[in-house]
Design a protein around this ligand. Structure first.
Ligand SMILES: Nc1ncnc2c1ncn2[C@@H]1O[C@H](COP(=O)(O)OP(=O)(O)OP(=O)(O)O)[C@@H](O)[C@H]1O
Ligand SMILES: [Mg+2]
Length: 267
């Protein structure tokens, strides 16, 4: 991980206007308020926080799909105003195009960029190999398992060679075993490609295992409550082994205390 700042989120605020219907007034929902942080090149940062605290909204703002009310998002010092090939998105559901083969799904972004067929094919083959599916390129999405579909979704996002990957709960629909497998794969792919990753998850273990830092968001309005440094560096032991590390338990407890709702006292 370099020392260079890849992404800056500078004092970002966002309020949604919710239409009131015929007889009622519009209401306003303050989703994010004064959110600021930097992410270094090659860093993996996880965002955690209760449902509705604005994690997806924040990723969409970084992607350039949602306009912010105040503040700025910068990639390499340049202000983001719209989606661009420097940022790739991976969704909770792979949402592949069902009529296209796995390979053709991976090639999609390159087609839009007008990349010639032969180099598209080469590029797609490399990516299929990177995500461990080099022999499945001709299969269609319905012929792939959920885990395989998420691998293709990742390859599709990587195809345009973004420097930043924005991942919104990408593994949450998978069974525990596939999930751990893909977490390991993501770390390997990150080591091989040096991508900067912003990863949204509700799974505390996943956040600690994958990240250099975990940003704990608070709700109503969303803000960064705490930034937690994860002390493990280099190639990490597998998650089951890491869970036994006292530092892991300590961080996990801290995160849990920050996100859990206060329990009302019994009368
Ligand atoms: N386009 C929109 N218009 C109005 N309100 C919206 C819009 N998008 C999101 N919201 C509201 O903003 C809040 C934050 O939503 P967001 O999807 O960012 O939360 P989240 O942290 O990703 O939640 P989850 O963990 O459930 O995915 C929610 O209350 C949601 O209803
Ligand atoms: Mg969300």
């Amino acid at each position: 991980m370099g020392a260079k700042i890849k992404l800056s989120v500078e004092d970002v605020s966002k309020t949604f206007r919710i239409r009131g219907g015929q007889n009622s007034e519009d209401t306003f929902l303050a989703v994010l308020r004064h959110v600021s942080f930097d992410v270094r090149e090659g860093e993996i940062v996880s965002l955690i926080g209760e449902s509705g605290c604005g994690k997806t909204t924040l990723l969409r703002i970084i992607q350039g799909l949602i306009r912010l009310d105040a503040g700025a998002v910068k990639v390499d010092g340049q202000t983001v105003t719209k989606p661009g090939p420097d940022r790739g998105f991976v969704f909770q559901q792979a949402s592949l195009l069902p009529w296209r083969s796995a390979r053709a799904n991976v090639e999609f972004g390159l087609e839009l960029q007008g990349v010639p067929a032969a180099s598209r094919r080469d590029q797609a083959q490399k990516l299929l190999r990177l995500v461990g599916l080099e022999t499945s390129g001709e299969q269609f999405p319905h012929q792939l398992s959920g885990g395989m579909q998420q691998r293709i979704g990742l390859a599709r996002a990587l195809a345009i060679d973004p420097s930043i990957l924005l991942m919104d709960e990408p593994f949450s629909a998978l069974d525990a075993q596939t999930r751990e497998e893909l977490q390991g794969e993501l770390l390997r792919i990150q080591r091989e490609t040096g991508k900067t990753i912003i990863f949204v998850t509700h799974d505390l273990d996943e956040a600690i295992y994958l990240s250099n830092r975990v940003f704990v968001l608070g709700a109503k309005p969303g803000r960064v409550k705490k930034i937690i440094d994860v002390p493990f560096t280099g190639i990490r032991p597998e998650l089951p082994e890491l869970r036994g590390d006292p530092r892991f338990q300590e961080i996990r407890a801290e995160m849990w205390n920050l996100i859990r709702k206060p329990v009302p006292l019994a009368a």
